[in-house]
Write a protein that binds this ligand. Structure first.
Ligand SMILES: NC(=O)c1ccc[n+]([C@@H]2O[C@H](COP(=O)([O-])OP(=O)(O)OC[C@H]3O[C@@H](n4cnc5c(N)ncnc54)[C@H](OP(=O)(O)O)[C@@H]3O)[C@@H](O)[C@H]2O)c1
Length: 310
């Protein structure tokens, strides 16, 4: 396969920085769009081409996209925080308006100079709270029913779909809970377990659509490399587990007891509406990745957590 030149927004984040490293390892070229050129260079290295861009104001400079093979759009304000009205507005603007601005920049380029592929972020939250159902890319989504996360992901995908009319292949990466050794939700979730105070959340029966960071990046690369992938792509391990099983696996990986469950009403009181993030059940499965023959490096929760937690 010939080397690619890929532009990435949100490249300084947990997923983006791991993607940049893997693309460079395999000899691809990377251009980064970041709100801060200096912090992007600090995080990613001085030799990365960086274009500073304020996604809240306008479209990015077309020079950051001209002649590139693909655009990967991972920008978005962090979801794990209190969902005040202002925070919700920022969660939406930082994904939806940002993606609309990226699509306008694609539209501003003449056809031969336009990236042919857009891989854009989305989230498992698009499926809503679905009990024990197994949810593949053909399953109904929960948009338009007053579910904040479902609408956030749905509108984010719709903004990316705007590029399709420009002849661009659009893949929406419906990401579950990304597990990494440093950063992301696992570091926070593991803290009470390290103190011997860990437990499952609510009744523990809700399904968690988790994915190891290596596979999240592996699926991003698959989306870039396989022209036959088009539309939604579920990014989660083939075996979603209940929150109780997940918590027990964290306890095993850290060799700590799993003691006190946190009841749902207490979580709702403490966290407010964003308790949805840990209480909703989403049995998302990666049907398209498996049909493509993608081999997960970490298909099972015990192996993934033992790799990540020390
Ligand atoms: N990690 C997960 O478990 C998970 C699960 C589902 C979906 N996702 C989605 O996948 C994408 C990548 O995830 P991640 O964990 O790598 O995210 P992350 O670590 O929070 O990084 C996201 C990047 O977005 C940019 N950003 C932050 N706040 C912003 C704002 N207010 N406006 C515009 N851009 C902003 C930042 O890049 P610059 O400062 O360089 O501009 C940041 O590095 C995110 O959009 C996230 O919603 C992640």
């Amino acid at each position: 396969m010939s080397a690619k030149h890929v532009t990435i927004s949100g490249a300084t984040g947990l997923v983006g920085s791991a993607l940049v490293a893997r693309l460079r390892e395999r000899g691809d070229r990377v251009t980064v769009l970041s709100r801060s050129a200096s912090s992007a260079r600090q995080r990613l290295g001085d030799d990365v081409e960086v274009h500073e861009w304020d996604p809240s104001s306008d479209a990015p400079p077309v020079e950051a996209l001209r002649g590139r093979d693909a655009l990967v759009n991972l920008a978005g304000a962090p979801v794990f925080r209190r969902w005040t009205d202002a925070a919700k507005e920022e969660l939406r603007r930082s994904r939806i308006a940002t993606t609309e601005h990226l699509v306008s920049a694609l539209a501003a380029l003449p056809d031969p100079e336009r990236p042919r592929t857009l891989v854009s972020g989305s989230a498992s939250g698009i499926y809503g709270d679905r009990g024990e159902a197994r949810l593949d890319e053909g399953s109904m989504v929960a948009t338009g029913q007053g579910d904040f996360l479902a609408d956030l992901a749905g509108d984010w995908e719709a903004a990316a779909e705007g590029a399709r009319g420009l002849g661009v292949r659009v893949v929406a990466l419906r990401t579950g809970l990304v597990l990494a050794a440093t950063g992301g939700a696992l570091a926070v979730m593991a803290k009470p377990f390290r103190l011997g105070l860990g437990g499952w959340l609510g009744n523990g029966r809700q399904l968690v659509p988790w994915i190891h960071l290596d596979d999240e990046v592996g699926l991003l690369l698959a989306a870039l490399d396989h022209d036959e992938l088009d539309g939604p792509l579920n990014a989660s391990a083939p075996h979603p587990v209940t929150n109780k099983a997940f918590s027990k696996a964290v306890g095993r990986a850290l060799r700590r007891p799993v003691l006190a469950p946190a009841p749902a009403p207490v979580l709702r009181l403490a966290l407010g509406e964003q308790a949805q993030l840990v209480l909703d059940s989403c049995g998302m499965v990666p049907a398209r990745a498996e049909a493509l023959g993608y081999r997960f490096a970490h298909p099972e929760i015990d192996g993934a957590l033992q790799d990540l937690l020390r």
